[in-house]
Design a protein around this ligand. Structure first.
Ligand code: SF4
Length: 270
């Protein structure tokens, strides 16, 4: 099997996480570019509804942070879930962030590939500390060690450090001044604040380089041995891994699309 990744290929946290979870899923999604043939978990309608609600919540947050008054947006929180998440979000105190960039996209080259991240919110305090916010509508609050290990955490912090100097007056951002904050709409009092260190930043970048190199060198993309992952995978009908989906929710609700709008990239080479 040939690796048909175009050059440059743009890696997002979703594509890297897909490869790490299951190389075959990466191949089906990003090389064969197959549409989702099945919903990710059952009951199907309930899961689809939650995904749509999660995306609607992200749009509300984006519009609010873009300057639309809360009163004009309130009618759009038109379900019990959305109303609860919206009220929790409005109570979130972001006043310590004296500068904010919502829906910011940063990209940086890595060998003959690109890394890309689209941030829900990046904020800077008066003291020059940066916080990367990501809104999650999970039904369960993941453990911090799982969040720390997520490729999203490693990629987002790395790209802010590598490509975010324009947010810091043109100066490099010290790793110790960066934290990733996962804020959970269902658990507003339990955010996960994952601060970076320079040693961690070096490990993160090394891991990203190694992972991208491994993906590019791949000629075969076998299915995962962890069949539990298949329960929530939309591609299971291609893999003879069952027709019935798992109960509950997969460990993601990111509304990041497969197609990425490169026109929106704010790119600073390094
Ligand atoms: S069903 Fe399982 S083996 Fe197939 S792509 Fe999904 S996770 Fe991988």
């Amino acid at each position: 099997m040939n690796n048909l990744l175009p050059t440059p290929f743009t890696f997002s946290q979703s594509s890297i996480q897909d490869f790490d979870d299951c190389p075959r899923r990466f191949h089906l999604r990003y090389i064969e570019r197959l549409d989702y043939p099945a919903v990710e978990s059952e009951p199907a309608l309930e899961n689809e509804r939650r995904q749509q609600q999660g995306q609607a919540f992200h749009r509300l947050a984006q519009q609010y942070l873009g300057g639309i008054p809360a009163g004009r947006l309130a009618p759009l929180a038109n379900s019990a879930d959305l109303k609860r998440w919206w009220e929790n979000f409005l109570a979130l105190d972001l006043s310590h962030l004296t500068e904010r960039w919502a829906e910011l996209t940063l990209s940086a080259p890595l060998d003959d590939s690109r890394l890309l991240a689209k941030f829900d919110l990046v904020g800077r305090t008066a003291e020059g500390r940066f916080e990367i916010y990501d809104w999650k509508t999970y039904q369960r609050r993941p453990r911090n060690d799982r969040l720390t290990a997520r490729w999203q955490t490693r990629l987002y912090r790395s790209l802010l450090l590598r490509a975010g100097s324009s947010l810091n007056g043109g100066q490099p951002i010290p790793a110790e001044n960066v934290a990733m904050v996962y804020w959970f709409a269902e658990f507003p009092g339990e955010p996960a604040r994952l601060a970076a260190t320079s040693a961690q930043a070096t490990r993160d970048w090394d891991a990203l380089e190694k992972m991208v190199e491994e993906i590019r060198a791949r000629r075969e993309f076998p299915p995962t041995d962890d069949t539990a992952r298949c329960s929530y995978c939309a591609y299971r009908s291609y893999c003879d891994r069952g027709v019935q989906a798992g109960q509950g929710e997969p460990d993601t609700d990111d509304p990041e699309p497969i197609e990425i709008d490169l026109e929106q990239i704010q790119e600073i080479e390094f």
